[in-house]
Design a protein around this ligand. Structure first.
Ligand SMILES: [Zn+2]
Length: 441
């Protein structure tokens, strides 16, 4: 059976749920640094009759994890759900998890991670956050970057299974593997983000480059395909000696934005590989469907996971329909119209579970702005009221080279939307949101 550690267990509620709801566990260690919490946990464990599985512990979570590593008693699953940032616990967690084991990490410091204080984000996670429309997905990519780089210190690397942005927090589920050769690829999995302060266009700059000898495979090979439970996900089909690692080249942008001539902010580095393992998410969805009524939040889980399966895995970040429109001061096309235009132009497009109006697409920014220019031709913008140096004027003063078609396409409607799934959170209920921080003691 699996050994589970809930490192910051508070009342022990989740550990008790693990014991009652997850079959085949060997032991659950429910740890907290507070004597009061551990007392409460002991009562809750006894009350729920799970004393044979759940062992409350009172320790500094880091010391407990380092000690387990020293004793070679690694955990198969480590759950970190602190109040605020998990950053102080990551170094111990990436070492104390077993080979191929699972880390579940929650961050509730969303202000910091979504660009409100980038310098604090850097001190905690080693990455500058940005205030872009894509900030919730970027927060996921920042914690993944942080986990991977800390794992790299110990010749380990992460493979994300599922990365969720919900309400006021984010939570990632990653497996941790060991392999000196594969750790070499980690730099090429991270990217800096250039984000235009005028029009919001973004560009990615990878930190490293992987090239393969004489096979014609690109670095895409590092993540495409492979069953999720065999550790094959990041295994190249070639021996690692056939790869060469080096510096990336760049930058991807000039000194000013090619569309609006304003400056770029620099964010990251962030994880630039897929956020989820589609095969794993499909299995979670199947498990959910095979036992209806098991979870109160079933509807929401099904909706969110369905959107997750539709997300373009190889396209980091996204734009939003409202920000594209407000940049050029035009009215907003419907989601179906805009998605249709992208599909007509030969590009892929998806939603993101992290943002209701997201447009995630492999179309380059020049195509997005051409589509918006075509839209503005049909729905004219009052140009005389725009300052000549505004992003709107500068973008609209260029003739589109692409003839966008907004004729609706059937495949522009995402399946999760067609099926009417509950995909995004509704208005919060009473007592919704994080509670006050626990008092020391
Ligand atoms: Zn710009």
């Amino acid at each position: 059976g699996l050994r589970v550690l809930e490192a910051l267990a508070a009342s022990g509620l989740r550990s008790i749920r693990f014991a009652k709801e997850v079959p085949g566990l060997r032991a659950v260690v429910a740890n907290d640094f507070s004597a009061r919490a551990v007392e409460l946990m002991n009562r809750n464990v006894a009350f729920n009759g799970v004393g044979d599985l759940v062992a409350p512990r009172m320790a500094d979570a880091r010391m407990l994890m380092y000690q387990c590593k020293a004793d070679r008693e690694l955990f198969d699953v480590i759950d970190l759900d602190p109040y605020g940032s998990p950053a102080p616990f990551l170094d111990a967690a990436v070492q104390a998890v077993s080979e191929g084991g699972l880390l579940c990490v929650t961050c509730t410091d969303m202000g910091v991670m979504a660009g409100n204080s980038a310098e604090t984000c850097y001190s905690k996670y080693g990455a500058m956050s940005l205030k872009g429309k894509f900030c919730h997905e970027m927060a996921l990519r920042i914690i993944l970057h942080s986990l991977d780089s800390r794992a790299n210190c110990y010749q380990r690397f992460i493979v994300p299974l599922l990365s969720i942005s919900a309400d006021f927090y984010i939570r990632v589920f990653v497996r941790v593997f060991t392999g000196q050769a594969k750790v070499k690829a980690s730099a090429s999995k991270q990217a800096l983000v250039y984000h235009c302060v005028g029009c919001g266009t973004h560009h990615l700059q990878r930190l490293g480059k992987v090239t393969s000898h004489g096979t014609g495979y690109g670095r895409a090979l590092w993540w495409r395909g492979g069953p999720c439970d065999s550790g094959e996900l990041l295994t190249p089909r070639l021996s690692s000696s056939s790869f060469k690692y080096g510096a990336a080249t760049g930058p991807p942008v000039g000194p000013t934005c090619e569309f609006c001539q304003q400056r770029h902010q620099l964010g990251g580095p962030m994880w630039a590989e897929p956020l989820h393992d589609p095969a794993f998410v499909e299995r979670v969805l199947a498990a959910l469907q095979s036992s209806p009524g098991r979870f109160q939040t079933e509807e929401r889980m099904q909706g969110m996971l369905s959107v997750v399966t539709e997300e373009l895995g190889d396209v980091p970040l996204y734009y939003t329909l409202d920000s594209l429109s407000s940049t050029i001061h035009c009215n907003t096309p419907s989601l179906l119209q805009f998605r249709s235009a992208l599909l007509h132009a030969g590009y892929r497009v998806s939603l993101s579970h992290a943002c209701k109006n997201a447009v995630k697409t492999d179309a380059p920014p020049a195509v997005l702005w051409d589509i918006m220019r075509c839209w503005a031709k049909i729905h004219p913008v009052k140009r005389e009221r725009l300052a000549e140096t505004s992003p709107a004027s500068r973008i609209l003063s260029v003739e589109p080279t692409l003839q966008a078609s907004f004729t609706l396409r059937d495949d522009a409607n995402p399946s999760s939307r067609k099926r009417g799934l509950k995909r995004f959170p509704e208005n919060p209920e009473a007592f919704w949101g994080p509670k006050a921080r626990a008092k020391a003691g």
